[in-house]
Design a binder for this molecule. Structure first.
Ligand code: SF4
Length: 388
């Protein structure tokens, strides 16, 4: 086993962050640019996990499926723990959980271990304290080669099951418990997300994803590769190239991020009056740039003519662009015999198939009229470039 002195302990959440953005992971866990801070939602989540753990332990110890009174008392104890700062949402969610969540009867092998650990290199089970790869589970039960892991969720959004199957964090959790059990008879691990805000609703806010042994083996290989990447950066190798995108939206390290520096065109919310003022300045510059772009486009259109210069012209490529002014699009689509849905579709995001369909109708209309109308409201214009 390797020494843990200079190594960050990895688990499902950290591996997910690494997969999303190695730079953000490096800022947070290797450079420690910002200490971990508990937000209110995180405290709420932790408090509910604690309640589930204590309540399950109590019910299992007494062979009970429910014990509302003790459950409510446990919730009050947790709420009274000032360090947790659970907020006003905790009490109703805890009450809903206690009232509706019957604890499964204990199966031949079942646990509420919150902590599991496996050795980083061999992936064999090791005590939690010494593990460099470890995770936490709320509750797991085992029967006939199948493991069920329950994970409480406090979010309002319930992801579709297809999304759960592809969730890195859950996949790593499933793998960790599979290796932790180290039992060749276990052929599948099911993750069950229990959305406590929807307990008592139609499907009780439950979403499941199943991971079979063959996939768990592949997940293990993935973990080994990602772990090796993290260790390489810890040894001083450079951080793998990162991609700036939507995931940067809530990143607290934007200002320090070399990939983000100098990027323009990525819309992010202003977080202070100063940032808002800086953004306002940028809006002016962007409007200027847009004007210049429009002028250049107009010039190109007046030089080559809208639609008239077709792809038939040798050596010329055409590319459709649209003026997305709502009323003009609607008018134009109607004029061309299109549907309102098509117009709405164009406004939401022009898709090539609809543009081509309308373009074909426009050409037919133009031919039929003989009289060429350049001022048609659907300003599908042709931007032409010399082919290389
Ligand atoms: S700004 Fe984006 S690319 Fe940079 S660290 Fe944050 S998430 Fe990663």
């Amino acid at each position: 086993m390797t020494s843990s002195l200079s190594r960050v302990t990895l688990g499902p959440t950290k591996l997910k962050l690494w997969a999303e953005c190695p730079q953000r992971f490096t800022f947070r866990y290797l450079d420690k640019v910002m200490p971990d801070a508990d937000s209110d939602p995180a405290a709420l989540g932790r408090a509910l996990h604690l309640l589930a753990e204590r309540y399950t332990r109590h019910c299992w110890a007494g062979g009970l499926r429910t014990d509302y009174d003790r459950g409510r008392a446990l919730a009050e104890e947790i709420e009274a723990d000032l360090e947790l700062q659970v907020g006003a949402q905790f009490a109703p969610l805890a009450a809903a959980y206690i009232e509706h969540a019957a604890v499964p009867t204990r199966t031949p092998r079942a646990g509420i271990e919150q902590e599991i650990g496996i050795d980083e290199e061999t992936h064999a089970p090791v005590p939690y304290d010494t593990a460099l790869l470890r995770g936490r589970v709320d509750r797991w039960t085992y029967e006939s080669g199948r493991v069920l892991i329950s994970d409480l969720k406090t979010s309002w959004v319930m992801p579709p099951e297809s999304e759960i199957e592809n969730d890195v964090q859950l996949a790593v959790n499933a793998y960790l418990i599979w290796k932790h059990l180290d039992d060749p008879e276990v052929y599948a691990v099911t993750i069950q997300l229990e959305h406590v805000r929807y307990i008592g609703h139609k499907d009780h806010g439950i979403r499941r994803a199943e991971f079979h042994a063959s996939r768990l083996t592949r997940i293990g290989e993935w973990i080994k590769r990602r772990t090796a990447e993290v260790r390489a950066v810890e040894r001083g190798e450079s951080v793998p190239a990162v991609r700036v995108g939507d995931h940067c939206r809530h990143c607290p390290f934007i200002e320090a991020c070399p990939a983000y520096a100098g990027m323009s065109g990525v819309a992010l919310p202003a977080r202070s009056p100063e940032e808002a003022a800086a953004l306002a300045d940028r809006i002016g510059a962007l409007e200027e740039a847009l004007k210049r772009h429009k002028a250049a486009l107009k010039e190109a259109v007046s030089e080559f003519g809208p639609l008239a210069g077709s792809t038939a012209e040798a050596g010329i490529q055409t590319r459709e662009t649209m003026d997305l002014e709502p009323q003009s699009v609607l008018d134009a689509v109607r004029e061309l015999g299109g549907t309102v849905e098509e117009a709405v579709g164009l406004l939401r995001g022009p898709d090539r198939a609809t543009i081509r369909k309308l373009d074909a109708r426009l050409r037919q209309a133009l031919e039929a009229r003989a009289q060429y109308r350049t001022d048609t409201a659907l300003r599908v214009s042709a931007k032409k470039e010399e082919q290389p």
